[in-house]
Structure formats: structure tokens, C-alpha cells
Design a protein around this ligand. Structure first.
Ligand code: COA
Length: 335
């Protein structure tokens, strides 16, 4: 037996987000359009969630199409050619092919040359999982430029008559390019899961039961709203503070807070619990976009950039959380 050791592999000293892009479906759906089926009102929805409108994808605005559109913008922003991309990670729970993943299709349509490509199933936390994986890949040397996409067509799994979910969710995509950097641009991730609370947000049925039913019905998303609200508001603030600490910063060093856009009141409760200074600008994309699960953080950051609220070099705390329950938080530098 040879005693020769395996070669070690190392990558870039640091990783950063090099480019950002988003895709919002064309159709705007105001609260007025969803209230009738759930015996609700525009006023109630705005008060309880902060949502005024959301976007619903058309049949042409598929998971693949929205991913490609957001990715092209992120690549252009980064100044990276698709052929330089050697990793594609797509975070989604609404690609309705059990196999294979959508990531290889996205990579091929973009013109990437056979990169490693796979999907991540971590629901609303998926985008921050993808960013953490990509940063580790770049630093470990298993990839140099990784495209991370968060994309959802949640309308495909929405029961339009369910008062607890019908007004919350929407569709869209966001993407970033993660690559090598001279300085750290993606802080250490704080992530985890709590399978004890698996039932709080999930598909109502297993696909096998659906197929066996006399009248098959899509296994809609169901949620225990109040329990999710309490968990997100309090537990996630602690995770955010840990991510700031692990980045070697304090709340005073932050410029932006870009949490998963689940509910405006959850965002405010987290900001209060973390005692964020008044100068930290807070993402509030949920008002116009609803909750787009894995897509919500890059969409929210893109709106802040477009509105001049986020500038290149700003330090942003990201916190993503949702079904699983799964969560991930990290501080990143805006490209
Ligand atoms: N429209 C009008 N009234 C509604 C309603 C609706 N869509 N849904 C519930 N209500 C009513 C209930 O019937 C209840 O009435 P009652 O007090 O007369 O019994 C009252 O509003 C409160 O119901 P509750 O379910 O306790 O509402 P809530 O204050 O918890 O708000 C959510 C509901 C969904 C807005 C809230 O729980 C939430 O946002 N949870 C987190 C969701 C989330 O972020 N999910 C994604 C995580 S990734």
C-alpha cells in the first residue's frame, strides 16, 4: 500500500458577492384581487403583514425562465461571462420535477460549460444556504465562480381559499455571483434546523397519497401562522446577533438589514429584538412583492439598490428562515 498522501486543495483567500440580479413577474396582484376568496380586506392584510401587492407568474414565467433572467442580470453586474461559471446552485421548493434538479437546465440555457449544478431544498432559508455553500466552495477551491439563484412559483402550491396563506405568497427570482475576493465579502454563516417543528410549514400531502386519491388535488402549502410568527420574531433575532458577532462586527457596523420577507411585523420585531440602530436601513420589499420564499432576500436587496438605499460596500445582515424549520444568517458586503 502506498503511503503517498492525497493532494490538498485550497481556493481563494476570501469570497464575496460580485454581482446581483432579480426578476419580478409582470403581473401585479393587489390585495383587492385576493380578498374575496378568503373573506378578508386590504386593511387587514396590510395591518397584519405589511403586504399591499404581490407578483403572480404567467405560464411562460417558469422557474427556469425566471432563474435565467435574474442570473443574466447578476452575471452582467459582476462582469462575469457564463463560461467562467463553474458552479450553479438553485434554491427552490417549487420546481415540480421530482428529478432531475432545475440547476443543470439553468446552467445550459445561460451558456455555462458543464458546471457543477444542483438544487437546494431549504425553503425560505435556501438562498442563504446557497450563498454559504458557494462561499465555502470558492474558498476551498472546488469552484471559482458560483451562481446562486433563489426562485419560486409559489402560486403553483397556493390554495387561493386558505385565509392563512393565500395573501402572503408570490413569485419571483433573484441571483448573485459568488467569487474570489481580496477582502472577506461573505461572513461566517450561522445556520441550523429544528425538525421538532417540521409540521409548522409544509405541503399538506405527500405526492404518493395525492396520486392514490380518487380526485387528486395539488398538495398545497399549509402553515401554522401564529407559531411561525413567534419562532421567527424571537429565535431568529438571536441567530442574527450571532452572525454579526461571528463576522467580528457589532450592530453599529451594519448599514443594512435584509431579512427574509415573511411579514413586515416579523421584520420589525427582529430589528427591535436585535436593537438595530436607527441608521440601519431595513428591507421592506414585502409590501410590493409578498413572501417569495427563497427569492425574497435577493429581490429585497435589489430593490434597495434600485432605490438608492443600498450602495456598493455596504454591510448587510441577511437572515433567512422558514419551513424545516431551517435558518441561515450571514453578514455580506453589497457588490
Ligand atoms: N383575513 C381576515 N381575517 C383573518 C385572516 C384573513 N386572511 N386570517 C385570519 N383572520 C382572523 C382570524 O379568524 C382571527 O379572528 P378572531 O380573532 O376573530 O378569531 C384573527 O384574524 C387572528 O387570527 P390569527 O390566525 O391568530 O392571525 P395572526 O395575527 O397570527 O396573523 C398571519 C396571521 C398569517 C398574518 C401571521 O400569523 C403570520 O404572518 N405568520 C407568519 C407567517 C410567515 O411569515 N410565514 C412564512 C414564514 S417563511
Amino acid at each position: 500500500m502506498s503511503a503517498r498522501p492525497l493532494a490538498a486543495q485550497t481556493g481563494a483567500a476570501h469570497a464575496a458577492i460580485l454581482g446581483l440580479g432579480a426578476y419580478r413577474p409582470a403581473r401585479v396582484v393587489p390585495n383587492a384581487e385576493v380578498v374575496e376568496a378568503i373573506d378578508s380586506s386590504d386593511e387587514w392584510i396590510q395591518q397584519r403583514s405589511g403586504i399591499k401587492e404581490r407578483r403572480f407568474a404567467s405560464p411562460e414565467e417558469t422557474v427556469q425562465m425566471m432563474s435565467v433572467a435574474a442570473s443574466r442580470r447578476a452575471l452582467e453586474h459582476a462582469g462575469i461571462d457564463p463560461r467562467q461559471v463553474d458552479g450553479v446552485i438553485v434554491a427552490t421548493v417549487s420546481h415540480f420535477m421530482q428529478l432531475p434538479a432545475v440547476a443543470p437546465l439553468v446552467a445550459t440555457e445561460l451558456g455555462c460549460e458543464q458546471p457543477v449544478a444542483f438544487d437546494v431544498s431549504a425553503a425560505c432559508a435556501g438562498f442563504c444556504h446557497g450563498v454559504a455553500l458557494a462561499a465555502d466552495m470558492v474558498r476551498a477551491g472546488s469552484a471559482r465562480h458560483v451562481l446562486v439563484v433563489g426562485v419560486e412559483r409559489l402560486t403553483d402550491m397556493l390554495d387561493r381559499t386558505d385565509r392563512g396563506t393565500a395573501f402572503i405568497f408570490g413569485d419571483g427570482a433573484g441571483a448573485v455571483v459568488v467569487g474570489p475576493s481580496e477582502t472577506p465579502g461573505i461572513g461566517p454563516v450561522v445556520w441550523g434546523s429544528d425538525g421538532e417543528q417540521y409540521d409548522l410549514i409544509r405541503s399538506r400531502d405527500d405526492w404518493r397519497d395525492v396520486m392514490a386519491a380518487e380526485t387528486p388535488v395539488t398538495p398545497h402549502l399549509v402553515m401554522q401562522g401564529s407559531a411561525v410568527f413567534r419562532w421567527a420574531s424571537f429565535t431568529m433575532a438571536k441567530i442574527g446577533l450571532q452572525a454579526i458577532d461571528r463576522a467580528g462586527l457589532t450592530v453599529d457596523d451594519l448599514d443594512l438589514f435584509v431579512p427574509h420577507q415573511a411579514n413586515m411585523r416579523i421584520t420589525d420585531a427582529m430589528a427591535r429584538a436585535m436593537k438595530l440602530p436607527a441608521g440601519v436601513r431595513i428591507a421592506r420589499d414585502i409590501a410590493e412583492q409578498g413572501n417569495t420564499s427563497a427569492a425574497s432576500i435577493p429581490l429585497a436587496l435589489q430593490r434597495m439598490v434600485d432605490d438608492g438605499e443600498a450602495r456598493s460596500g455596504d454591510r448587510a445582515l441577511l437572515i433567512a428562515f422558514g419551513a424545516g424549520l431551517a435558518y441561515a444568517a450571514q453578514v455580506v458586503v453589497v457588490p
